[in-house]
Design a protein around this ligand. Sequence first.
Ligand code: NAD
Length: 257
Amino acid sequence: MSMLSGKHGLIVGVANKRSISWAIAQAAAAAGARLALTYPSERLEENVRELAATLDNPLIAPCDVASDQQIADLAMTLDREFGGLDFLVHGASFAPADALHNPFVETSRESFRIALDVSTYSLVGLTRAMVPLMEKRGGGSVLTLTYLGSDRVFPNYNVMGVAKAALESTVRYLASDLGPKSIRVNAISAGAIKTLAASGIGGFSAILQVYRDRAPLRRSVDASEVADAAIFLLGPASRAVTGEVLMVDAGFHAIGL
Ligand code: NAD
């Protein structure tokens, strides 16, 4: 596969080898792209550097998506090193632990703010910063990761569900704004996958079992399957697709009971 050959991409959201963003990074590199990977804090820097060392000539940079300054610095670094950008993968999400353990009705104003800032607003901030770089390439593709908890209630998903609902709406508004610049904006709604972020959701193993019992394919998905769909959305095969939420969830969303 060389669907992304000659392209430069930014991947935000690699924490460890289980991260969906890491699977996407590997697939994008295999498809020929040169990548920049970010880490949000010094604590995760080494992890990201170790993983990135397996890629060809990656760029590693800090980016806490809650910081406008760090996003601006990242855009400057990418402009200098890549001279533009073809795609952005946004795989950052966070909610304070109390908001994922207490009943949703008890969500504090501060936890709500943090969850929506890091998990949702960050797509707006990052995309805006990357628009000038994508314009240099005559367009681009932005991809984020969402979950069915945006639309339906899942135990303990709580404020993340609200953040994902806002994220999916954000995808549509950004797609509308940026379409005239040939910048496409889409999301993949992935089935449940055991990752670091998922381990913060109480009872996550029970959710996985429901997929095995009820999803049309009688299983959930793995990160490499999400990555394959991501390559489609990042590359030229999806050139007429924008404002879309693509379900990559073994069909679970189609089931009522
Ligand atoms: P993950 O924990 O590997 O990834 C989450 C990432 O968010 C981490 O890399 C973390 O460093 C990053 N992050 C958190 N706060 C940040 C900040 N302030 N600045 C920059 N980065 C920050 O888990 P994952 O499951 O791979 O999650 C990736 C995306 O996929 C998330 O948006 C998640 O909601 C979504 N998703 C996950 C599942 C699942 O079942 N695992 C299903 C559907 C969607």
